[in-house]
Design a protein. Structure first.
Length: 238
């Protein structure tokens, strides 16, 4: 009888163990399944968030590209062309007014006085006037740019050009820019006649003259410290 009871108890105990193991496996399986489902949901949420951020960045990038395109359009558009044209016109006016250095084909006239003689300001003015009549677009005397208000006048032992004094017994160099196709055929022969006329008028007091035609004659700009540069009294007419 005792053996039978012990057998029954042992069987129940074994059954309990088996049930416990089965229950533990079931719980573990449920936890694993639940955890796997949670991870999948989290992963899906992260993917959705990354997609949303990527879309925002793409939209922002598109906005920046449009902004850059607008800036490039402004820099190369009609408004900028007008501004560039105004700047070019202003530069051309500055060159014409003598405020910029210039270079091109032209002539160089070197006048040298006879020892004991002094250069006459009338001789310089005559050459400058004749060069202007020949179409010179820029003229300088001893690297002083001739402009509308430039004076050429004698004062005792000096000749003033833009209020700068030059010794009358030294050489004077006149430079002018003219059209290249006129230099040899028209300009040079005419200047020689001018020189002959001056020599006939002054006789022994006439300076010696050397005239050169050059492909590149450089004429400096009018310096800002010259009296001819002043314009503070000028007011535009309304």
């Amino acid at each position: 009888m005792d053996k039978k009871k012990w057998a029954q108890r042992g069987g129940l105990f074994a059954i309990c163990i088996l049930l416990g193991v089965a229950l533990a496996l079931l719980i573990k399986s449920q936890n694993t399944s639940s955890l796997s489902e949670q991870n999948m949901q989290d992963l899906q949420n992260n993917v959705i968030e990354y997609q949303r951020r990527n879309e925002e960045l793409s939209n922002r990038n598109a906005q920046l590209q449009n902004y850059i395109s607008e800036l490039e359009s402004d820099l190369t558009g009609e408004g900028n062309e007008v501004l560039s044209r105004l700047i070019d016109e202003r530069e051309n006016y500055a060159i014409f007014a003598g405020l910029r250095p210039a270079v091109n084909s032209g002539v160089v006239i070197t006048l040298s006085t006879v020892p004991g003689q002094k250069m006459k300001d009338s001789v310089l003015r005559e050459y400058v006037n004749e060069l202007s009549a020949l179409g010179a677009q820029a003229i300088s005397i001893n690297d002083e740019r001739k402009v509308a208000t430039t004076e050429i006048r004698a004062r005792q032992d000096s000749i003033l050009i833009n209020s700068v004094a030059f010794d009358r017994e030294h050489d004077f160099e006149i430079k002018a820019i003219l059209r290249s196709d006129d230099l040899e055929q028209n300009v040079l022969p005419y200047l020689k006649t001018v020189s002959d006329s001056i020599a006939a008028q002054l006789g022994d007091e006439a300076p010696s003259v050397r005239i050169e035609t050059l492909a590149n004659v450089e004429i400096p700009a009018l310096r800002e410290d010259r009296i001819a540069y002043q314009y503070d009294l000028l007011k535009p007419v309304q």
